[in-house]
Design a protein around this ligand. Structure first.
Ligand code: C5P
Length: 273
């Protein structure tokens, strides 16, 4: 039996480059894994079962865990039944990549269970078929991602940072945020310069999805303002609705939001998080 941690991510910067003919957006983003985890337990069994601690999440073929299982079977020909349990802690519709992380963790776990039948390269290539952010979670925890998000360039670990995740009780579906994006309204920062600046110790936290998300939910703009007024450097992660705040969050800050203290994490070669 294996029990693996399935980490969340934040986007230290996220630049949208263009809209593609296939409806996806070309982006350039520095992804970072953080120590906020779901847990996946997996073992061989006499029949397939999949259970989840959150009764609101589907456990049918629409769940990325099942998509990963089907993908792994299709690619490797291995059909041994498995029991999988997903223990959820990463909030949904938060821009923290919970579902994508679960998918990557499932692929890694299956491959451990079945004697590393596939290479890491293969897992990464296969993962892009079922979602844009899954490939990142098969990196070592810090990666510059382009294309739909699935083209990863591994980056050295960044200095450990203390941060807070702040998540309001309402969420946003990723497709609606992208749909509401106006390319004319986005900042002109060059993503390669943003990347260089991060490694030169001059981070600039930019997320082009903030404007379309704030238009859909104006409360998000107020939340960012409120956090900034408290001296926090608050940036939305992915398509929202969570924010990451580098540094300290005053203990007096509102009880109406989920607040999680976290930090950057990276994994070692051949080991999981
Ligand atoms: O690939 P994933 O399932 O995470 O994408 C969810 C949705 O987000 C897509 O259907 C698309 O509407 C939007 N998206 C996008 N451009 C990307 C990634 C996601 O437009 N690079």
């Amino acid at each position: 039996m294996l029990r693996l941690r399935s980490p969340a991510k934040i986007n230290l910067f996220l630049k949208i480059i263009s809209k593609r003919a296939d409806g996806f957006h070309e982006l350039a983003s520095l992804f970072q894994a953080i120590d906020l985890f779901d847990y996946i337990t997996i073992q061989t069994s006499d029949q397939d079962t999949f259970t989840c601690s959150n009764p609101h999440l589907p456990t049918d073929g629409s769940n990325l865990v099942i998509k990963s299982l089907n993908l792994y079977r299709q690619k490797t020909g291995i059909s041994t039944p498995v029991s999988i349990h997903l223990d959820k802690h990463i909030p949904a519709e938060a821009g923290l990549g919970g579902g994508s992380s679960n998918a990557a963790t499932t692929l890694w776990a299956l491959n451990e269970l079945f004697n590393r039948t596939a290479t890491l390269d293969q897992l990464q290539t296969w993962s892009a078929k079922i979602g844009s952010d899954i490939t990142f979670f098969l990196s070592h925890g810090t990666a510059y991602c382009t294309g739909r998000g699935e083209l990863i360039q591994e980056q050295p670990p960044l200095p450990t940072q203390s941060l807070w995740i702040v998540k309001p009780p309402f969420g946003l579906p990723t497709p609606s945020v992208y749909k509401n994006l106006s390319l004319a309204a986005i900042s002109k920062d060059d993503p390669e310069s943003l990347l260089r600046d991060f490694y030169a110790g001059k981070p600039r936290y930019v997320n082009d999805l903030e404007i379309p998300a704030f238009q859909l939910l104006p409360q998000l703009a107020s939340l960012k303002q409120q956090l900034n007024n408290l001296g926090c450097q608050a940036t939305m992660s992915g398509s929202g609705t969570s924010f990451f705040c580098i540094g300290d969050l005053p203990s007096t800050f509102s009880q109406d939001y989920l607040k999680v203290h976290s930090s950057f994490i990276n994994r070692s070669n051949s080991l999981w998080y």
